[in-house]
Design a binder for this molecule. Structure first.
Ligand code: C5P
Length: 410
């Protein structure tokens, strides 16, 4: 698990209740800790029937809190009044898994154990992840209590449909760790510097159809675009990801628009950038497409086959025309993958496409670029400045772009 800049040194209270899913919360505590968060675990009595406090202590490296009535700090309590000390400078309280019983208690303000008292004492956002068996989640009592919590601004992760430990099938399953972390990032990020701003990101190599079964594409994986979309969520933006990548999970909180060809990507980009703060074009858009798309599968014969190609639209040129007319998107960022004359070619593109910033990468480098998690780019600005960035993760490049967008807005 890599560190996550947004979670670095964030204080997260992870409260766990008596659901069998509590064993999965151990992995969540571990991954949050590895990501850089300081995780303080609170366990109810029922949770301790499933997993021991020592398990959480081992993965977080911090004391685990179980008792409302400890009157001193011998158990590692942050103050003699545990719930106040825990809540004081927390960035987020996550109750995951939360049972029907604890949902009911929080909805009605009961506060008879460390978890429920802390939930009333904290001033940070609260995120809950219900997990329960059979029809308990659908029960009107649970649903009405959840409604009360939503109205009060509590964030919720919907449980998934699937098989329970009992063998029953229904909605109530605890999501996997990556999904939970996605929601945690969304909840912590939501009030970030880009709150209220729309950011549109493109990702993936476009697919240009030849016939009903074949297409021309390129080696772009979409990873850089997805990392940029996640960085925009971390910064609090409202994010639309227009993607032709097929095998990457949707980042939590992002509106994902699936497209395939350059033409369909252009239509989506022009539609979603009409009132956007920024567009980041990380997609590897094909330059050519088959001039004609055959309705039938092209049959093989003994002869060689030539396929005439036609130009695709240059999406950023269409965006430039839109910006000249309407001013939107306010900021346009492009990428340039080059195998020769990197800076010269990139500078030409920045000017021609009317960009505020362009990130150029040398695709001949074997430690960065396609399909891997690392990237090495040189950043060009429209005032002529250039800045090489060290080899770094695609996630860090995403965060860098968001910092620069925030700077340009200032
Ligand atoms: O011209 P080139 O493809 O190298 O430019 C790269 C930049 O332009 C990228 O940001 C890419 O997403 C964008 N692009 C585009 N429409 C195309 C080709 C590339 O918007 N047809």
């Amino acid at each position: 698990m890599d560190t996550i800049a947004l979670l670095q040194d964030k204080r997260i209270i992870l409260a766990v209740t008596g659901s069998i899913a509590v064993y999965k919360a151990v992995d969540l505590a571990s991954k949050l800790t590895q990501a850089g968060a300081l995780v303080d675990v609170i366990m109810t009595d029922a949770a301790q029937r499933f997993v021991s406090p020592l398990t959480f202590q081992a993965v977080t490296g911090r004391p685990v809190y179980t008792d409302l009535w400890k009157a001193d700090n011998s158990g590692g309590l942050p103050t003699h009044i545990a719930h106040v000390g825990l809540g004081e400078d927390a960035d987020l309280m996550v109750v995951a898994p939360i049972t029907a019983n604890t949902i009911a208690k929080l909805a009605h303000g009961f506060s008879d154990d460390l978890l429920s008292v802390t939930a009333i004492a904290v001033r940070c956002p609260i995120l809950i992840a219900p997990a329960m068996d059979g029809g308990m989640y659908e029960h009107p009592a649970t649903q009405e209590n959840l409604e009360i919590l939503s109205m009060r601004g509590v964030f919720r992760i919907e449980p998934e449909v699937g098989r329970f430990a009992s063998g029953l099938i229904g909605r109530g399953r605890f999501p996997d760790t990556q999904t939970l972390i996605g929601h945690i990032r969304y909840t912590i990020g939501v009030s970030g510097d880009l709150a209220g701003h729309k950011i549109v990101v493109t990702a993936g190599g476009t697919r240009e159809a030849l016939d009903p079964v074949r297409y021309i594409t390129n080696r772009s994986s979409g990873k850089q675009g997805y990392a940029i979309a996640q960085a925009a969520i971390d910064a609090g933006a409202e994010v639309t990801l227009i993607t032709s990548a097929e095998n990457l999970p949707d980042p939590i909180g992002v509106q994902v628009v699936h497209v395939d060809s350059a033409d369909s990507m252009r239509d989506a980009v022009l539609e979603y950038t009409q009132d956007a703060t920024a567009l980041v074009m990380a997609a590897a858009v094909a330059d050519y497409k088959p001039a004609d798309v055959s309705n039938q599968k092209i049959k093989k014969s003994d002869d060689d086959l030539s396929i005439p190609l036609a130009r695709t639209p240059d999406i950023l040129m269409s965006v430039k025309a839109q910006r000249e007319k309407t001013g939107y998107p306010l900021i346009a960022v492009g990428f340039a993958a080059e195998s020769q004359n990197l800076l010269e070619n990139a500078e030409g593109k920045l000017q021609r496409k009317g960009l505020d910033m362009l990130l150029a990468n040398d695709i001949t480098a074997d430690d960065a670029g396609f399909a891997v998690d690392m990237n090495r780019v040189i950043v060009l600005d429209n005032d002529g400045g250039t800045q090489p960035l060290e080899l770094t993760s695609k996630a860090n490049i995403g965060a860098y772009i968001m910092d620069r967008i925030i700077g340009l807005l200032d």
